[in-house]
Design a protein around this ligand. Structure first.
Ligand code: NAD
Length: 256
């Protein structure tokens, strides 16, 4: 059980982040949600687990807003025990057509934000003598795909950051690991399914099958709940010597 522990999950109003927050809440952790969109709906689902719940609206592309969020967590709960860096965005275009401001936004939200939250969380974790930092990377942290230069670069970078954090914290009870999901059916992926259906003039269901068939040998989506369960394992005593890994949960994507 995680009773008495406080967890911040960035980008947790939807998709994987919400799934992770729900699993942590079911284990009794205090939860801090972050992200845009369906805030009320996400809050309602997490508070149904009867944990202490807070929300902060920091835009993770903005370091000063990240600092405000970290100070808020400290003020509300006196510390942070579990940090899940999950917020992420996607943009697809060939390198020569890729808008530079999209590149900057993806690097800021998908990579630099995890540096800033970690930088600000580690001192208090050291003081309390325990911590878990879990970075939601991607199969694209391990292999590339066309059209995803910024995303693939950011996710490879996030795995690099994970390794360095794990080494710097190796002699403490603070671990840092990355999780590398394959396709999970979230709004981020639904947009890609729709784009594919449009581009190829096919039905949504057919586009979904094509998307899976291209990359994911199981032909099945990973679920947010499964990723939440992996987060719970990484938070457990059994995982105290799992350090600096990039753990795939991808239906076989990166086994190819
Ligand atoms: P999603 O679009 O459902 O959720 C993204 C979350 O991030 C939302 O809560 C959104 O409000 C928040 N967010 C976006 N920009 C933000 C910003 N600037 N500041 C704060 N919050 C912001 O996407 P998802 O699929 O659940 O993705 C979550 C993470 O998982 C991302 O890092 C993504 O790269 C990664 N991932 C997803 C898949 C997949 O197949 N869905 C696969 C591998 C990795």
């Amino acid at each position: 059980t995680l009773t008495g522990k406080t967890a911040l999950v960035t980008g947790s109003t939807s998709g994987i982040g919400l799934g992770v927050a729900l699993e942590l809440a079911r284990q009794g952790a205090n939860i801090v949600l972050n992200g845009f969109g369906e805030v009320a709906q996400a809050s309602e689902r997490v508070s149904a687990e009867a944990v202490a719940l807070r929300y902060h609206d920091a835009d993770l592309g903005k370091p000063e807003q990240i600092a405000a969020m970290m100070a808020y967590v400290q003020a509300e709960f006196g510390g942070l025990d579990i940090l899940v860096n999950n917020a992420g965005i996607q943009h697809i275009a060939k390198i020569e057509d890729f808008a530079p401001e999209k590149w900057d936004a993806i690097l800021a939200i998908n990579l630099s934000a995890a540096f800033h939250t970690s930088r600000l969380a580690i001192p208090a974790m050291r003081a309390r003598g325990w911590g878990r930092i879990i970075n939601i990377a991607s199969a694209h942290g391990l292999v590339g795909s066309t059209g995803k230069s910024a995303y693939v670069a950011a996710k490879h970078g996030l795995i690099g950051l994970t390794k360095v954090a794990a080494l710097e914290l190796a002699e403490t009870d603070i671990t840092c690991n990355a999780i590398c999901p394959g396709w999970v059916r979230t709004p981020l992926v639904e947009k890609q399914i729709e784009a594919r259906a449009q581009a190829e003039g096919i039905a949504t269901a057919q586009a979904q099958r094509a998307l899976l068939a291209e990359k994911q040998p199981s032909h099945e989506f990973v679920t947010p709940e499964q990723i939440g369960q992996l987060v719970l394992f990484l938070c457990s005593p059994a995982a105290s010597q799992v350090r600096g890994v990039a753990w795939s949960i991808d239906g076989g994507w990166t086994a190819q």
